[in-house]
Design a binder for this molecule. Structure first.
Ligand code: KG4
Ligand code: ZN
Length: 348
């Protein structure tokens, strides 16, 4: 089964072809440099860029692999959550293409696709636990099957990636800050007492990161020398240490709740780590330790499958299509904050 996956929920236009669970090829146009000028994603500009890149990227991907539209069995698209204007570009393109190619059309939940992406590398033992940490979401899931994801906890305010990006901005690092903060953190010495780990004294699996952001802002206001030099090459040791301390606070907060989820579901022996922040070096190490201590398994996608990509959409779409699920042309894009309806149709 040949499946084209289309991702346009935020600031990456990404397309990929997956055939029988294996990645064939992928293309991606990142808008990060453009949004960096504004210090964050500008939704209207994002949708314009998706509109500009979608057609050429599709042509490039198909022609360099010798495929025509008629060869596609499935067209899958990220239908949400995300920026509505950006999602609509992908959804409209995917619908038109599926109609023209007479292919099955599947709208994919972007968050589920993140958690499924590791399946391109190794098979996922169902059921298992999943930690999704991205720029827009921080959530723990009980992953029962490719069709059934039960959310156990979520961030009540900022997502971990959002907090890292905002803190990086406060520290004078370029956008998107998470990756720069991670790089500087690796050169720093973390002070475990410098920043708080908010919202741990409870018995739930939810997260909160806005207090950490406020704490960094307060510390900077008190002691501007924390900022040091912002350029990643010439960063001061003090700045690297601050980054390491922030990174540690975020990663420890995540790990406390993951450990709690593992205690609550002792039969779950596998943890899937997913989303852009899963590329974070400290989180990868700490999550591996956590699972090793419990004689469990950590499924860790390579960094290019952690951040937004087309392969995860194609992979998830093909999984659903193989189980005879899909959508009609009336499927809607769902913006961030709105509930994604359970509207998959069974064909055949
Ligand atoms: O999953 P993703 O590509 O997009 C969303 O769906 O949000 O995640 C993007 C987020 C950004 O906040 C970015 O700063 C963060 O992932 N990120 C990282 C790293 N690489 C990307 N955060 C920490 N360390 C990294 N190495
Ligand atoms: Zn994402």
């Amino acid at each position: 089964m040949l499946c084209l996956g289309i991702e346009s929920s935020c600031d990456e236009t990404a397309l990929a072809l997956v055939c029988d669970g294996t990645l064939v090829d992928a293309v991606l146009a990142s808008q990060a440099d453009m949004h960096a000028i504004f210090g964050g994603v500008v939704p209207e500009l994002a949708s314009r860029e998706h509109y500009r890149f979608m057609g050429p990227l599709y042509d490039q991907l198909m022609s360099r692999n010798g495929f025509r539209a008629a060869d596609l069995d499935v067209v899958a698209v990220a239908r949400g959550p995300g920026l509505l204007g950006s999602l609509l570009v992908g959804v409209a393109f995917a619908k038109a293409l599926a109609l023209a190619a007479q292919a099955r059309f599947v709208g994919v939940n972007h968050l589920h696709a993140h958690l499924l992406a590791v399946g391109l590398q190794e098979s996922i033992p169902w059921p298992c636990l999943g930690l999704l940490v991205s720029g827009g979401h921080t959530e723990i899931y009980l992953m029962e099957s490719p069709m059934r994801f039960i959310r156990l906890g979520r961030s009540l305010d900022d997502a971990a990636g959002e907090a890292l990006d905002k803190i990086a901005k406060l520290l004078g690092l370029p956008y998107p800050g998470g990756i720069h903060l991670d790089a500087l953190a690796r050169r720093g010495r973390a002070d475990p007492k410098l920043f708080p780990r908010p919202y741990l004294n409870n018995d739930n699996l939810d997260f909160s990161f806005s207090g950490l952001k406020t704490s960094v802002a307060t510390q900077i206001a008190r002691d501007a020398s924390l900022l040091g030099t912002a350029a990643s090459t010439g960063a001061s040791q003090r700045l690297c240490n601050a980054c390491a301390s922030v990174n540690l606070a975020v990663v420890e907060s995540l790990c406390v709740k993951v450990a709690r989820a593992l205690e609550r579901f002792p039969d779950m022996r596998t943890l899937v780590l997913a989303g852009g922040v899963a590329a974070n070096s400290l989180l990868r190490t700490r999550a591996a330790q956590l699972m090793e201590e419990r004689a469990g398994r950590l499924l860790l996608p390579p960094p290019h499958l952690c951040t937004d990509n087309g392969a995860m959409i194609a992979y998830a779409g093909e999984l659903l299509a193989r189980r005879m699920f899909g959508h009609g042309m009336d499927m809607e894009a769902i913006p961030r904050g709105a509930v994604i309806p359970d509207d998959l149709r069974q064909y055949g």
